[in-house]
Ligand binder design. Structure first.
Ligand code: C2E
Ligand code: CA
Ligand code: CA
Ligand code: CA
Length: 279
């Protein structure tokens, strides 16, 4: 049976039905995935200008049966929509801190920092702060080595609430980085109120460096702003030596991107650490 309305739209459009089914399957599989421990973290190194590794960003991956390794772009939005992001986000923070605790036992690696992405829904939970502190205490990691990456849109939802939560964690030593900086509705007014340590220049501004004059201007402005606010600044999505050299000339101190390394599974990341100078 095909039900049509006056505009020729098919309610039983097989393509549409397939999409709905895929979404239902994805949601069901996500619930199973958490229980069956199908998630893991990849680690993308972050570098100083001198080429030392100063830490990494933890990036979530899903080993989905019959689908292979799935990137967060394909499931984070659904995980957000059905709230699985809350327990999943908790799992990420725990797994990240457990890894930090392992590095901390190695004198050569004990100052490595780990950046962890936090979703809006996760951050909004009333018990977000005690949850993080519980994990920090249980794993025994130095809080200043944990860097939570927040986005501007997350903060904008409730600026005063965000400041309050950040201040509580900051008082315990946890660091904050503003992820994808420049893509949201940044307002200098609130930026100065946030207890941030770092701005992360979004890869969309890095991508055209050296080819489009305007992006150079934006990047220079962001770096100048970070300076004036006493924040450090890292660029993500650095893919070419030209991009890196321009960023460095503009005063960017830290770098992350395919030019240096893709995100790596833990064994490969540990091997990279062995072969690198660690700050
Ligand atoms: P993001 O936080 O902006 O992370 C950077 C993304 O850029 C990562 O994609 C990374 O693999 C990719 N990337 C790194 N270097 C380069 C480069 O040189 N060029 C280009 N074109 N891309 C590069 P990934 O791992 O697929 O993650 C996508 C997004 O998913 C992340 O964007 C972040 O918003 C989200 N995400 C990842 N892990 C988590 C997590 O544990 N929790 C939450 N809530 N979100 C996460
Ligand atoms: Ca990030
Ligand atoms: Ca980012
Ligand atoms: Ca991004």
């Amino acid at each position: 049976i095909k039900a049509r309305n006056g505009h020729g739209l098919c309610f039983f459009d097989p393509e549409m039905q397939q999409k709905i089914q895929q979404r239902v399957d994805l949601e069901a599989d996500l619930r199973v995935a958490l229980a069956e421990q199908q998630f893991c973290l990849y680690y993308q190194p972050q570098y100083t200008l001198q080429g030392e590794v100063l830490g990494a960003e933890a990036l979530l991956r899903w080993q989905r049966p019959e689908h292979g390794l799935v990137s967060p772009g394909e499931f984070i939005a659904v995980a957000e929509a059905c709230e699985i992001i809350v327990p999943l986000g908790q799992w990420v923070i725990r797994a990240a801190c457990e890894q930090l605790a392992l590095w901390q036992r190695d004198p050569r690696l004990q100052q490595l920092q780990l950046a962890v992405n936090v979703s809006a829904r996760q951050f909004r939970q009333a018990d977000f702060v005690p949850q993080v502190m519980d994990v920090v205490q249980a794993t025994g990691v130095q809080p200043h080595l944990l860097k939570l990456e927040l986005t501007e849109s997350l903060v904008i939802e409730d600026v005063q609430g965000a400041i309050a939560k950040m201040q509580l964690l900051r008082a315990q030593g946890v660091h904050f980085s503003m992820d994808d900086f420049g893509t949201g509705h940044s307002s200098l007014t609130y930026l100065t109120q946030l207890p941030l340590q770092q701005l992360k220049i979004d890869q969309s501004f890095v991508r055209h460096l050296g080819t489009q004059h305007t992006d150079g201007v934006i990047v220079q402005t962001i770096i100048g702003m970070a300076r004036n606010l006493g924040l450090d600044v890292i660029a993500e999505g650095v893919e070419t030596p030209v991009q890196k050299d321009l960023l460095a000339a503009y005063g960017c101190e830290f770098f992350q991107g395919y030019l240096f390394s893709p995100p790596l599974p833990i064994a490969a990341f540990d091997a990279l650490l062995k072969a690198s100078v660690v700050r």
